[in-house]
Design a protein around this ligand. Sequence first.
Ligand code: SF4
Length: 508
Amino acid sequence: MEFSSRARQRHTRLAGDRRDPYPHSLQFYQEPPTESISLAEFESFAVDRLRLLKVVENLGVSHVRSSDLYKTKLEAEFRRLKFPYRALAEDDYDARRKDHISHFILRLAYCQSEELRRWFLQQEMDLFRYRFNELTEGLRQKFLEHVNLQFEAISEDLKNELANELSASTPGFTMTKVKEQMFYKVGLSDAVDLFRARRVFIKDGFAFVPLKDIDAIVLNNYRQKLSKALALTARSLPSIQSDERLQPLLNHLSHSYVGPDYSAQKNTGKISLEHIDALSVKSFPLCMRQLHRALRDNHHLRHGGRMQYGLFLKGIGLTLEQALEFWKKEFIRGKVDADKFDKGYAYSIRHSYGKEGKRTDYTPYSCMKIIMSNPPSQGDYHGCPFRHSEPELLKQKLQSYKIPPSGIAQILDLVKGMHYQLACQKYFELTHDLDDIGFSLNHPNQYFAESQKLLTGGRELKKEPSHLGNSQQKSNSQESMTSTSTPSSSNTTADAELEGLEAYFTED
Ligand code: SF4
């Protein structure tokens, strides 16, 4: 794939050759794209696929994958983002091209660590499963031929000969059902999952698989290919990292947050310092609640915590003057005297508000940035508690916040599956008495804005909050503190600049 910084060009092709590179709406993504694309297109394709994969993750946890609701919601997302979702009209070249290129871009971005690879693989598998199951019988057959997965159907004679064994080894298959369905002879390596689950009859090194289980074989084959491809791509990372146009984009994508950047302007001044304790209980996500508590208890936060919490507070509306007052009051209750604060810490706070140095207006960290970078060490309180806390400690913390045991179990299950943001969504639902959060959580400031919207009447509460410290009265001054930032698909510049800012926060 080559990149051009020119504006996007329309890819004109003759009608006859439009389908050539993409004869099917579904792909195994075996050949990387070779055409030139603009950097703008590169980024927009990648961001759209990331949105799609995040929806896949969200739906996979909240709905049964085979349910109608899951399918309807996913199909709506495919349509909205213009990805091919089933056998569309012949002329869906643009959608197939976008599907192909965007997959390879995210493959580059998400091959960079074991954790990223696992997340990407899981979502791509779910995506593939949905699309494969949506194909008509005829198109499935064509797709399998296209990817060289043709399985030999066994003859009626052989099936009758093996009928007893097939019925005994294939769950749910009575003798009558065996007679009705086609069985395929498949190499053992292609049927590992069925073999492990003892769901298939094995003879002479072959698995005899009913038609209905062929999708498991295809998925397993796809998983193997993609997993291998990700490992191979990871090995070529050094050459990718040397491309100065590409690397920042890929890094950004793997830490990506797709949505508003929650820069402060619209909220600035709409919060009062006296409300912060109450807000931290009812409207802060767990990461910020933890930082606030640590600051109040220790009268100090190390630089990772000051960065994460300071920018969050800026995003919810603290003015520079308020921030200086807030941090100073707390720090001088600890070991830092006023003079030291004014000479050191005050500079960094002014810097984060764009009043020193390059005068960059820094934006708060997204969940992905918090989850994926700068893990906390001993004595740190920053990071994402769902990602960085030991499960037992997390459990204790949730118990102390009076989350019911069943809710804690659900959260811990999500954490175990590495769905940290979904665990946070569940925490939001439990602390706001909601059945369904109704949005996809990507940012601590989004958490705050949605909570405030809910608590101050921007949206109907299902019922009155009954626990978890939500008993404080609502403050009129919070009413306009909803998300008002303009959408931005890229925080690349801000992220790069933040690295520079971090240098100013090196004091412990
Ligand atoms: Fe904070 Fe995001 Fe983790 Fe929630 S998921 S605790 S908002 S970093």
